[in-house]
Write a protein that binds this ligand. Sequence first.
Ligand code: MTE
Ligand code: LUZ
Ligand code: MOS
Length: 762
Amino acid sequence: RGAHASVRHDSAAGHVSGRAVYLDDMPLPTNALHAALVLSPHAHARIRAIDLAAALEVPGVVAAVTAGDIPGVNDIGPILKGEPALAEGVAEYAGHPVAAIAAETLEAAREAAALVAVDWEELPAVLSVEEALAAESFVAPPQVMARGNPEAALGLAPLRLSGEVRCGGQDHFYLEGQIAIAVPGEDRDMQVYSSTQHPTEVQHGVAHLLGLPFAQVTVEVRRMGGAFGGKESQATIIAGIAALLAWKAGRPVKLRLPRDDDMLATGKRHPFLIRYDVGLDADGRLLALDLVLAGDAGNIADLTPAVVARALCHSDNCYWIPDIRVTGLACKTNKVSNTAFRGFGGPQGMFAIEAILDDVARHLKLPLDTVRARNFYGVEANNVTPYGMTVEDNIIERVTGELARSVDLPGWRAAVDAFNASSPVVKKGLATVPVKFGISFNLPTLNQAGALVHVYTDGSVHLNHGGTEMGQGLFVKVAQVVAEAFKIDVDRVRVSATSTAKVPNTSATAASSGSDLNGMAALAAAETIRGRMVEVMAERFGVPAGEVTFDDGRVFARNESLSFGELAQLCWSRRVSLSSTGFYRTPKIHWDAATCTGRPFFYFTYGAAAAEVAIDTLTGELRVLRAELLQDCGNSLNPAIDRGQIEGAFVQGMGWLTSEELWWDDRGRLGTHGPSTYKIPGSRDVPPVFNTRLLADAPNREATVMRSKAVGEPPLMLALSVWLAIRDAVASVGPPGAKVELDAPATPTRVLAAVERVRGGG
Ligand code: MTE
Ligand code: LUZ
Ligand code: MOS
């Protein structure tokens, strides 16, 4: 039961029985305090003064902090510096933390937080991407990815279309909200338990705020109750404020945000405004594209420049576009700073090109799949992306072909058309989508990982690596890799909590690369130890090292054998180290941010989906009736875990594109800050017919860990099939060729309006 087996998640029993320990379950030291945040009610306002007197009088209140209390630097910026943990001088969005309280009880902390009196001077606020564009208000310079001469090619193209479309943001809605516990130690040391994807960044953030060397801050995380990108950079703010209060009070502090505060104070997926001008021939071949992707960054940069870069690098999806310019804009608004979310800009970039192709196909009265096939990247020619990377592992036609055959796409289409011919009110729609997703952090430096492996003298193995567990099954996958290296059962491998004290200088567990990076680092560590064990075995039985083999928990040397544990014991008695670190850096990748060119990705993953929906043309309500997914996982490390990732990502993508609507009032205050108004998909939204398959016999052609491929984010984009199927259903009420105008999320309101526009003649 090593690599490639469907081993169950190491915490499966703990998850379902409630015994898996999350931060909020941890017993606290008896002197621990509870914390609450004070949030700005204004989208943009100067802080004239903060009066803490009333708050400090609440019985049980021990400490209060504002930006002025910070002993170090008020900065947790992950990419660009100068990003405060607590608003300083000015609050830049409704929900911006301006102060925090620690008290003996949570009730006292929250009561006191409500009594903090801030003297505000309201300032004009930028509340939309359009306003930001008009004001040229950006958090980072524009990024331009270009090839050829798009102007000239557009001018020469036989046909030209232009348009505008939008996709919305998305709250992460992890079940476990943001939380941290900070425990002060000797000599100003600080131990932090944080629900974070990025322990090293929390370590740095806390050290900056407290003015400490990194070595005095230790960050630990055993697991998160979901993260989805929302705890990549923004967990640092929560942990930083907890540490600040702990430092000020000299006592342990737990800061757990209530759901409403979590949704108000922390960032989401970036909404995008998309404008395009496309040139084509009469067969629907793309000749030229001028595309603008304007993302709503919110008040600070956070990860936005990297998100926009990934949007650019996925605006081609699977298609060859000879002359192209894509301009990525990071609009600064007085909204909460948006951040990583599963796909990291990729979904928005692909949304743009799929919307364009759908418009093209309708305009030409051609099936969308026909138009796509005419534009797919080639294998010998037409195989270079606009950022200059050759698509070497192209299996687009294999994946789309296998899906189409396995679901009898023509028969399915005929059934949908027949249904629509006899159903005047409820209309069905059917659409597919191909997905190509680049694997590696698009900042090459981040593609590194470390691990630490100990073999004990009973043959049990202690594994630690820089990756974090958020439910995605990283720990069991890496344990499988180590078990495979030693040819022992995975139950012999114990994975311990991620800690900056065990593996230093790590990257976030993100970009779907957790198992690629940490799996390789752990493998390197295990191989080092195995090499030493081989030598001891060879010497003990007088055989050449090449004749020592590991299998099924035993080690063999010609006719002799020892159990793995007996050999470990022998190594110890001969004073041979049974502990090693391991390190990995992804080869081949490079990126020039100034020109948006390079090979940012080690490889691509591919997938395809088909979805059928039904809409009620009188109300706009919709159901997803059937979804068929095919995903490339290379030689999957764990097919059961991967299947869960694919299904979960698809349903999360459905939520983004259909029901999850973020709504702000005209003063920039978020109205949808709880589950009663913000609708994530529920169990009844899962398609009643829902089939997921992993592409068979598809080892990664690059030398990844056991030839597997990353899986965490790519299948989210398969949900674009649902959005396109809704557009297909809407189109069925209008004349052929009518334009469908439908933004995302395709809520009933938007679907109904789209139906009425199409009925009115497009
Ligand atoms: N799966 C679960 N259950 N919970 C999560 O928070 N995050 C997703 C994905 N799958 C997530 C998840 C995101 S955004 C990423 S980048 C990857 O997991 C990160 O883990 P990996 O690199 O180990 O795949
Ligand atoms: N790039 C990327 C990043 O592709 N994915 C990420 O999650 C990320 N995070 C930080 C910086 N770059
Ligand atoms: Mo995932 S958005 O890269 O954390």
